[in-house]
Design a protein around this ligand. Structure first.
Ligand SMILES: Cc1cc2nc3c(=O)[nH]c(=O)nc-3n(C[C@H](O)[C@H](O)[C@H](O)COP(=O)(O)OP(=O)(O)OC[C@H]3O[C@@H](n4cnc5c(N)ncnc54)[C@H](O)[C@@H]3O)c2cc1C
Length: 382
């Protein structure tokens, strides 16, 4: 392993790999990415549902998604590696009066930013989701540019492309400590040895606050367990089945293999690094799913797993320099939408670090924003 580098990226998930690729493309110099596990993507990236959408409630999140959707589409051209962005669309089902008001407002914002999103009457929803109960549904929103991707395919593409551009990727290299001298980072101390560097990019997702503790600062990211269940084959799931989100219950589902993937965020879960499966959580997902899709009565469970959301107080990522320590830059805390924002996050980070004007203005993602008034809470978090 190198003992010095121009930049050290901590974390080999989709964010760390995207940052590595775009930074190397900018010819930043010697870049080392260190990952604590034996395999890249072992953290939240391998647990993600694969949803990619631009329907958000805040300007920056919409812009980050729109840029990412563009980059997911040009992935092969940009990286040289194939990965499928399956644009089956995202359908939100809206039942409550308060949600009707906020989704209409967000629809206006999304349209004003150029997003191709539609408002749907209940009778129009049927064609996108014929097997879903529309009881109580007042309206829907649908964006045909949204869709699905396999996080591992995209991660592998970034991995190969980064290595080709000269990035050193070190596995089983857990960062144990960071040396700071006179307020500046100087050395990353890993299980495989030390690397001296003037720049550390924190891409450790749900583990970010542990990196903060190493340098005596508080990173406002908490880990929350989230679970997923997949079913066996279902004859009503066709190739164009979209991602569906039932806003009232919080249940989301999309096609997975020949069945469905079902997910839900239990908001009563307390922060912890525990990713053991909770059977009550699984039951709660299945109960919500049965209420919406009665045909699931006879479905078999194919798989289930738990992973961590890396959640910030306003449910928006942190991208920017740590104000108290020179040379520490965070790209973390994606609050459940880090896969879909990964291409834009990597590009924007590389632009900032090379002194360019970023493609999306991410000033409002600054790490110190929580000390000030919260500017906007992202309410489209599922
Ligand atoms: C159930 C579930 C469903 C989800 N669904 C979606 C979805 O549909 N769409 C979407 O966009 N997002 C989704 N997400 C969120 C998405 O998975 C994350 O936002 C994304 O994977 C974050 O990537 P990351 O690289 O920041 O984090 P991670 O993939 O967790 O990578 C961080 C890496 O840092 C490493 N690391 C940590 N500490 C150290 C250390 N000290 N030294 C070295 N390495 C270290 C970890 O081992 C890990 O590999 C979902 C998440 C979950 C849990």
């Amino acid at each position: 392993m190198r003992n010095s580098a121009d930049a050290v990226i901590i974390g080999g998930g989709i964010i760390g790999l995207s940052v590595a690729f775009y930074l190397a493309k900018e010819k930043y110099g010697n870049i080392v990415l260190v990952e604590k596990e034996q395999l890249l993507g072992s953290g939240s990236t391998s647990k993600a549902a694969g949803g990619i959408r631009a329907q958000f409630a805040t300007k920056e999140n919409i812009q980050m998604s729109m840029l990412s959707e563009k980059l997911f589409k040009s992935f092969k051209e940009d990286t040289g590696y194939d990965a499928l962005f399956d644009q089956v669309g995202y359908l939100f089902l809206i039942k409550d009066d308060a949600d009707v008001i906020s989704f209409k407002k967000n629809y206006e914002l999304q349209r004003s930013l150029g997003l191709n999103v539609e408002l749907l009457q209940p009778y129009e929803i049927k064609k996108y989701a014929p097997h879903v109960s529309l009881d109580g549904v007042q309206m829907g929103t649908f964006c045909p540019d949204d869709g699905l991707g396999d996080p591992y395919e995209f991660l592998s593409g970034y991995d190969h492309a980064s290595r080709k551009l000269g990035v050193d990727i070190e596995l089983e290299a857990e960062v144990k400590d960071i040396e700071v001298i006179s307020g500046k980072v100087t050395t990353v101390k890993t299980a495989k040895g030390n690397i001296s560097t003037p720049l550390i990019i924190n891409c450790t997702g749900a583990y970010s606050k542990l990196i903060g503790q190493m340098v005596g600062t508080e990173v406002k990211i908490e880990p929350y367990r989230r679970q997923i269940v997949t079913t066996g084959e279902l004859d009503f799931v066709k190739p164009n089945f979209p991602m569906v989100v039932d806003v009232k219950s919080g249940l989301y589902f999309h096609k997975e293999s020949k069945g469905l993937l079902l997910g839900w965020a239990d908001k009563t879960v307390k922060p912890s690094f525990d990713i053991s499966l909770d059977p009550d959580y699984t039951d709660a997902i299945l109960e919500k799913a049965l209420a919406l899709i009665p045909q699931l009565e006879d479905a078999e469970i194919a798989n289930e797993w738990a992973g961590l959301y890396a959640t910030t107080p306003d449910h928006r990522e942190i991208i920017g320099y740590e104000p108290t320590i020179k040379g520490l830059f965070h790209v973390a805390g994606f609050s459940g939408h880090g896969f879909m924002h990964a291409p834009a996050a990597g590009l924007v980070t590389a632009e900032i670090l090379t002194g360019k004007t970023p493609s999306v203005d991410v000033t409002n993602y600054a790490p110190d924003r929580f000390e000030n008034e919260v500017l906007a809470d992202e309410t489209y978090v599922i």
